[in-house]
Write a protein that binds this ligand. Structure first.
Ligand code: BJW
Ligand code: ZN
Length: 255
């Protein structure tokens, strides 16, 4: 692993650039840290949502069953925040990386798969195209009765909780604790991780499973690992290059 200390950062950035220049199939795994500089709160750490709210009150199917209105008030508040912010240089650098790899691609394989745990749409708004949302999307609503799913970008949603045409409650189409990830999305992420030459992990505490197992799946299949995070994580010791700092500062330097 290439060193973490502040004086090592320039050489680490160069090392990361060299690694990126050598590969043509990349998986990027992002977490809440990539949207932090846009003003979207992270979950853990200072200022994180889980410092202010208990996940068992807001992000489980049991919480929704007990008090759907409370859960919806929280998601309405988060929808308002996300609607009001813009992609930051980290989102834009990842979109640019995808465009560059596509432009240089010689084989008919997808050169970059962006796997995000985020429910916001900032990667898409920055121009990323191959995005897999492991934990769903805040702009999609799913009926708890008929299962119908649709985008609804109204902000705020009113009245709460919203109801489907079939009469059942609608819920955010996100993945709460204790729920399985959408099998197609998860299978696509695992397939991309097994086939990539490099996994770039950005702004995730790497604590929530099964998302946190994707870098290990890629490493097991022979990929290299670059991590970009403000703080060390359980993945840091396994990284070929670990860049400590803000994603919005570091990612543009990789291009
Ligand atoms: C910056 C920065 C800057 C800041 N620049 N960096 C052991 C093994 C396997 C599973 C489990 C286990 N123990 C328990 C479980 C279950 C559980 C789990 O993993 N719990 C852990 C907490 C221990 N997992 C689940 O329940 C999952 N489902 C499941 O396992 O199903 C099994 C099943 C199978 C079959 C049938 C039924 C069930 C589901 C997990 C769903 C997680 N959901 C949430 C909410 C999504 C909806 C919403 O947003 O409202 O997903 S919780 C929350 O955590 C959210 C995030 O996507 C996820 C990950 O957080 P993330 O992105 O890493 O954010 P933070 O805040 O943790 O970290 C931010 C990082 O950025 C930090 O490192 C900062 O340093 C850094 N940073 N600013 C760079 N500017
Ligand atoms: Zn319905």
């Amino acid at each position: 692993m290439i060193g973490l200390s502040a004086e090592c950062q320039p050489s680490s950035v160069s090392a990361a650039r060299r690694l990126l220049a050598e590969v043509s199939r990349v998986v990027v795994l992002t977490g809440a840290g990539v949207s932090e500089e846009s003003g979207v709160p992270t979950f853990r750490g200072p200022g994180g949502l889980w410092r202010q709210f208990r996940p068992e009150d807001l992000a489980t199917p049991e919480a929704f069953g007990r008090d759907p209105r409370l859960v919806w008030e929280w998601y309405n508040w988060r929808r308002e925040k996300i609607a009001a912010v813009e992609p930051n240089p980290a989102h834009r650098a990842l979109a640019e990386l995808e465009a560059r790899l596509k432009a240089g691609a010689t084989a008919p394989v997808r050169p970059l798969t962006l796997v995000t745990q985020n429910v916001d749409d900032l990667h898409e708004r920055a121009g990323s195209r191959s995005v897999l949302h492991l934990h769903g999307e805040i702009w999609r609503l799913r009926c708890t009765g008929c299962g119908r799913e649709d985008y609804d970008r109204r902000v705020p949603l009113d009245p709460l909780p919203p109801v489907c045409a079939c009469g059942s409650l609608l819920r955010p189409a996100v993945v709460w604790f204790g729920e399985a990830l959408a099998p197609d999305t998860w299978d696509a992420a695992v397939g991309a991780a097994q086939a990539c030459e490099l996994v770039l992990v950005v702004g995730t505490s790497a604590l929530v499973y099964p998302a946190a197992s994707l870098p290990a799946i890629a490493l097991q299949a022979g990929a290299r690992l670059i991590e970009v995070n403000r703080d060390p994580t359980p993945l840091t010791p396994r990284a070929d290059v670990s860049l400590q700092g803000k994603a919005g500062d570091l990612l543009p330097q990789l291009l």
